[in-house]
Design a protein around this ligand. Structure first.
Ligand code: AMP
Ligand code: MN
Ligand code: MN
Ligand code: MN
Length: 268
């Protein structure tokens, strides 16, 4: 079976509409699918009127931090009308706006001026995130490419990595659970934690109601997959898998084979 429980539409930093995303998922033979935009569920307002044979699991990817490290938590099967969820989303929306202004201010030192105005002038900007700053820095010749922009200015620990202000770790888990969803720890290896710190993060996640972790996030080497499978088993978590698809490219493909996590309990 092919499933995909982590993807982005243009309601966050993806490039496709929910409709195109679903059509692409159908083409790729995906059977269970979730759009998990950063800190919002706007895609699901549009999906209500889309006919599809896919099983769609409403989802969201929350930004938060754990011990001052930026962490993402996916909520699957959330009630997109839930008051708890909508309140959390409203909070994140305000935080993201204030954060964008802070990031813009910090990047002035590197010659980037009027960033917010320039970003919001573009079409299809529903939300401002670091990818918008990366693109602008490339356009203005401050960064030579995406990699450079994140490595030097926007990635973990750099000036543009403003992560304070998000709902805290416990609140994010509570919002997902209160809205009927299942909390999934997203891409556990992206946080570059030592083994023992990662285990502490997972332990804290479980203590606060976390139930699953991503064993597959996008294209990933088999060694990483094996390590994540071991972690998943030893903490008795359910496995989730997703492409973390943002836009059509050679590297980023929708859909994951469930045989990648055979032998594990799964979130679906
Ligand atoms: P934000 O939601 O503003 O925190 O932006 C984070 C998004 O930037 C991620 O979800 C990725 O889509 C994208 N991104 C791409 N490369 C990186 C990187 N090296 N570090 C962090 N985020 C990245
Ligand atoms: Mn993203
Ligand atoms: Mn993420
Ligand atoms: Mn994502």
């Amino acid at each position: 079976m092919i499933v995909d429980l982590h993807s982005h539409s243009y309601y966050s930093d993806g490039t496709l509409s929910p409709k195109s995303l679903i059509e692409l998922a159908e083409q790729k033979g995906v059977e269970i699918f979730s759009i998990t935009d950063h800190d919002n569920v706007d895609a699901y307002h549009e999906i209500k009127i889309i006919q599809t044979k896919l099983t769609i699991i409403p989802g969201i990817e929350f930004s938060t931090s754990w011990n001052k490290i930026g962490v993402h938590i996916v909520g699957l099967n959330v009630d997109t009308q839930s008051e708890f969820l909508l309140r959390a989303i409203e909070y994140q929306k305000n935080t993201r706006l204030k954060r964008a202004e802070l990031i813009a201010k910090k990047l002035e030192k590197y010659g980037l001026f009027g960033a917010i105005e320039k970003i919001t002038k573009k079409v299809n900007i529903n939300q401002i995130g670091r990818p918008n700053f990366a693109n602008l820095m490339i356009e203005e010749g401050i960064a030579k490419d995406w990699n450079h922009a994140f490595k030097k200015y926007l990635g973990a620990g750099k000036v543009g990595d403003v992560k304070n202000g998000w709902l805290d770790f416990k609140q994010v888990l509570a919002a997902i659970i209160s809205s009927g969803g299942i909390p999934v720890l997203a891409h556990p290896l992206y946080y570059k934690l030592t083994n023992s710190k990662l285990k502490r993060l997972i332990q804290d996640f479980i203590s606060n109601g976390g139930e699953a972790m991503e064993v597959i996030n996008g294209f990933q080497n088999p060694q990483k997959t094996n390590y994540l499978k071991e972690l998943c088993l030893s903490f008795d978590l359910k496995a989730s898998l997703g492409s973390d698809f943002h836009s059509p490219s050679k590297w980023n493909k929708l859909g994951c084979h469930t045989n990648l996590v055979s032998g594990l309990k799964t979130v679906w």
